[in-house]
Design a protein around this ligand. Structure first.
Ligand SMILES: Nc1ncnc2c1ncn2[C@@H]1O[C@H](COP(=O)(O)OP(=O)(O)OP(=O)(O)O)[C@@H](O)[C@H]1O
Ligand SMILES: Cc1ncc(C[n+]2csc(CCOP(=O)(O)O)c2C)c(N)n1
Ligand SMILES: [Mg+2]
Ligand SMILES: [Mg+2]
Ligand SMILES: [Mg+2]
Length: 325
């Protein structure tokens, strides 16, 4: 029988990672003892059926995984370590039997970082909507803000750009890859992004200022956020953007569209002083995380410029926007 309370029992984790957790799921609120001398980090992101996924683009397991991944990516973008998460889920009864798979996706990613599901909410609704709140911490003053980019800094980015957008277009039947293997790789980056907690942690262990943003709405948009928050001009060199072996097999126009404006890459956009670059590069290389230099920061009114060969032009803050897309 479909029932709210038995569903909550079925999704309650059997394992607890944090000894500081006094009560997780099962009371009016969760309660835990925060660790002293640390900053707490809290963020929340929502995924909605028809907007962030459809039955065609994501399985229930992947919906769960990605709903947590995008939040852990925001913790990574502060240089933080995730500890706990809460899940609010709204769905109609057609989804009832798939909710456990969604929670399996959540639990599998949570298990990679030893984070506890400590609460949430369950309601009925027409469209499946899943909201995750993630809670984490950083050590004293070891965090990174969008507002910490300074003239003379270098711009770096992790991983490769544009793969998720390409994967989405393949899933929607709008483009085709050269072969199945290529399609599978791009599709996987769309469905199962892996949050770069480790990258943020590596940076937090070093003594340099940096600004950080995770790329949810596209490189152009996230670079614009850093420019605005820091009051600086960002210059990005298009030919140096890191692209996967799969993406470069697509039409160059699509490569450009996806890598600059596509979004959902959940890579980290970093600015750092020149003196930090070598150490960052060495640490990231050791961790197997690709890190590419893509530009620099200049004094000037908040803006982003794109250099592409002989051309240099303002890069509009185009990207994913819920009320214009
Ligand atoms: N409805 C809201 N009420 C209060 N604060 C909000 C609301 N929506 C967003 N914010 C806040 O606005 C800021 C920017 O949010 P935004 O969602 O753009 O960032 P993000 O989560 O990094 O990006 P994305 O959602 O694309 O992954 C954050 O501080 C966020 O907490
Ligand atoms: C079916 C389908 N159509 C379009 C998209 C593209 N999309 C949706 S939200 C978003 C930005 C990140 O979301 P948010 O800003 O809410 O964190 C992007 C690029 C998709 N994922 N699925
Ligand atoms: Mg958000
Ligand atoms: Mg973010
Ligand atoms: Mg967004």
């Amino acid at each position: 029988m479909k029932d709210e309370f038995s569903l909550i029992r079925s999704i309650t984790p059997k394992k607890v990672y944090h000894k500081e957790l006094i009560q997780g799921i099962g009371d009016d609120s969760a309660i835990y003892t925060p660790i002293q001398n640390e900053h707490q980090i809290v963020c929340m992101d929502t995924m909605v059926e028809g907007v962030h996924f459809t039955e065609q683009t994501m399985s229930p397991y992947q919906i769960g995984w990605k709903a947590l991944a995008v939040n852990l990516s925001d913790i990574a973008a502060m240089g933080g370590i995730p500890d706990y998460y809460l899940v609010s889920i709204a769905f109609s009864s057609v989804w009832y039997d798939q909710i456990n798979e969604i929670y399996q996706g959540l639990a599998d990613l949570a298990g990679r970082f030893n984070i506890d599901l400590i609460g949430g909410d369950t309601v009925s609704s027409d469209k499946l909507t899943i909201t995750v709140t993630a809670i984490g911490h950083t050590f004293k003053r070891k965090y990174f803000l969008r507002s910490q980019a300074w003239p003379g800094d270098v711009i770096l980015v992790t991983g490769t750009l544009g793969d998720s957008a390409a994967g989405l277009r393949i899933l929607l039947g709008q483009i085709r890859g050269k072969d199945d293997e290529m399609e599978r790789t791009l599709i996987k980056s769309h469905q199962l992004p892996f949050p770069l907690i480790e990258a943020g942690q590596l940076m937090a262990q070093m003594p340099y200022h940096s600004s950080l943003n995770d790329i949810s709405d596209g490189l152009a948009s996230e670079a614009g956020e850093i420019a605005e928050a820091s009051g600086v001009k960002l210059i990005i060199d298009y030919p140096s953007l890191p692209k996967s072996d799969q993406l470069i097999q697509l039409d160059p126009k699509l490569q450009k569209e996806y890598s600059l404006f596509g979004g959902e890459d959940y890579q980290l956009l970093i600015t750092a002083p020149e003196s930090a670059v070598l150490e960052y590069q060495q640490a990231f290389k050791k961790a197997g995380i690709r890190l590419t230099r893509i530009g620099y920061v200049e004094e000037g009114s908040p803006s982003v410029y794109l250099i592409d060969g002989q051309d240099k032009a303002i890069l509009s803050k185009k990207g994913y926007n819920h009320f214009t897309d």
